[in-house]
Design a protein around this ligand. Structure first.
Ligand SMILES: Nc1ncnc2c1ncn2[C@@H]1O[C@H](COP(=O)(O)OP(=O)(O)OP(=O)(O)O)[C@@H](O)[C@H]1O
Length: 500
């Protein structure tokens, strides 16, 4: 019976059907095959869908408001969880180095209606050659929290990627100690410079915070403007106005051929612009800002040769009650003021010293320290003083200068440089006074007399009677100011130079 059934079934399966005369078992085979193919098709579509979904989740940009919560401007200070430290004393601030971490509120006020306030972490000073590192989850607490109504623009990573062709190497304009700088063009055709901060042991956070604190809301034609920032995930980027003609170091020390395009007038204009930017930082803001890294590579130039001070990554705020702060010595070799280098005591007069070195660099076309020179010429300050004391001020001029300046203009610039680099910080002029000295059309003698009539403008209140008489003697030399001077090698004070 069983054999008969099987035979019947085989017969039926082998019967030809009406579909193209195919046998039944062929038809069944085709149906099963189609079902399997369809199943595989649906399974693969399902898997592809799932994969896409998981990829999307990975690249979703974290909610900005989670990363950096928003606060409003001009809010009254919130009570601190920890007791406020005493106001800074008149002198040093060792607690800056040693205080345990606690929060204090910093208020950075520029003009009546512009105040930004946010917590600053105390004790955020570098230790033993390394900047403080902080886990990223703490970063949100110290990144300035800025209202969208406040200064600056919040750029998304996507916007900056688009502006820089995905941070293409072709867009790199330079690399500093704290990150790579890219040129970018925004959708509205604005040219920008983006500093992508290295996320190295918390440096990025600190640099970010310091720059924003120092120049976030500052606008001055001689200071590079910080347009905004990007803080997404671990990315920390600062977005600046783009300055389109390189930096002073490139123009002074780069390959420009035997004749520099920087005429004397252009050089003095660069110096004057830099002085104005620094005057604003020192005298136009409260708390004042000490730049700490004035040097030729941080002076950016426009096509019209106007100068703009950049790179506020090392800047420090100095409250009016403090005559100085103590902090780890930072800056660039050759530009750092001697008292700051030896004691760590910093105030705006350290910037004045660096500015004096900058003037010497601009006059001579030499670096502050050049080991390739004969021993007596390695140190720019020493060499320049020797040349002046040997009555050869013209011997210091950059051989690439297209035309020599007048003797008077050269002496004026040299006098300002020498005064700014006075080893005694108290005797250095303030930046506001430097502007007057540089701008003085008539003789420096008259300028000095004007200053003496108006002691607030120039001489430090601590200038002694003896110093004043030295200055009187110096200015009485007038046109022969530097030619008639004799200075010994150890005569590092230009007041002494002026006296002879
Ligand atoms: N806003 C800007 N516009 C145009 N170029 C810029 C701008 N900011 C910086 N640069 C250029 O990018 C380069 C790197 O600048 P950055 O300030 O990071 O470093 P640095 O001053 O050369 O070195 P360091 O910071 O280590 O002292 C410099 O050559 C500078 O000319």
């Amino acid at each position: 019976m069983h054999n008969t059934d099987t035979a019947t079934m085989n017969d039926q399966l082998s019967n030809q059907t009406s579909i193209f005369g195919l046998r039944l078992y062929v038809i069944l085979g085709i149906i099963v095959g189609v079902i399997i193919v369809l199943l595989l098709f649906f399974i693969s579509i399902y898997l592809a869908f799932k994969h896409n979904n998981s990829k999307k989740t990975k690249t979703t940009i974290p909610n900005i408001s989670k990363d950096v919560p928003e606060i409003t401007l001009d809010v009254p200070p919130q009570p601190d969880p920890s007791p406020q430290p005493d106001p800074p004393s008149e002198q040093s601030h060792p607690e800056e180095e040693t205080a345990p971490l606690s929060y204090k509120r910093i208020q950075f006020e520029i003009g009546k209606n512009h105040r930004i306030s946010y917590p600053e972490q105390r004790g955020s000073v570098e230790h033993s050659g390394e900047r403080e590192s902080r886990p990223l989850d703490q970063v949100n607490a110290v990144i300035p929290q800025v209202s969208h109504l406040g200064w600056g623009h919040w750029y998304t990573l996507r916007e900056l990627e688009d502006a820089t062709n995905e941070f293409s190497p072709d867009n790199v304009i330079g690399e500093g100690g704290y990150g790579i700088v890219y040129h970018g063009i925004l959708k509205d055709n604005t040219n920008i410079a983006i500093k992508n901060l290295l996320n190295n042991r918390g440096q990025a956070e600190r640099e970010f915070k310091v720059e924003v604190e120092a120049i976030g809301r500052v606008r001055h034609k001689n200071l590079v403007r910080l347009l905004g920032y990007c803080a997404e995930g671990a990315h920390r980027m600062l977005v600046y106005e783009f300055v389109d003609n390189g930096n002073l170091e490139q123009w002074l020390h780069g390959d420009v051929g035997p004749c520099s395009p920087l005429t004397w007038e252009i050089r003095m204009n660069i110096i004057l612009g830099t002085a104005k930017g620094l005057t604003y930082l020192h005298e136009g803001l409260e708390p004042k800002v000490v730049h700490r890294d004035i040097k030729s590579s941080n002076i950016l130039l426009s096509k019209q040769w106007n100068s703009k001070v950049s790179d506020f990554g090392l800047a420090k705020l100095l409250s009016p009650e403090s005559s100085y702060i103590t902090t780890r010595v930072m800056g660039t070799f050759g530009y750092v003021a001697p008292e700051y280098a030896s004691t760590g005591m910093l105030n705006e007069r350290s910037d004045v010293y660096s500015f004096g070195i900058l003037i010497m660099e601009v006059i001579t076309g030499r670096n502050p320290v050049e080991y390739s020179r004969p021993a007596e010429e390695v140190n720019l300050v020493e060499w320049l003083k020797k040349m002046v004391s040997n009555r050869n001020p013209e011997g210091v001029l950059d051989p690439k200068l297209p035309e020599k300046p007048t003797s008077r203009a050269l002496k004026r610039a040299l006098l300002v440089a020498l005064r700014c680099t006075d080893p005694n910080a108290q005797k250095r002029p303030k930046m506001g006074h430097v502007i007057h000295m540089l701008e003085a059309e008539d003789s420096p003698y008259k300028e000095e007399r004007r200053v003496r009539r108006d002691p607030g403008v120039g001489s430090s209140p601590t200038t002694s009677i003896e110093d004043r008489s030295k200055e009187e003697a110096a200015v009485s030399i007038d046109d022969g100011m530097l030619e008639n001077e004799k200075c010994t090698n150890e005569t590092s004070s230009n007041h002494e130079v002026e006296k002879q």
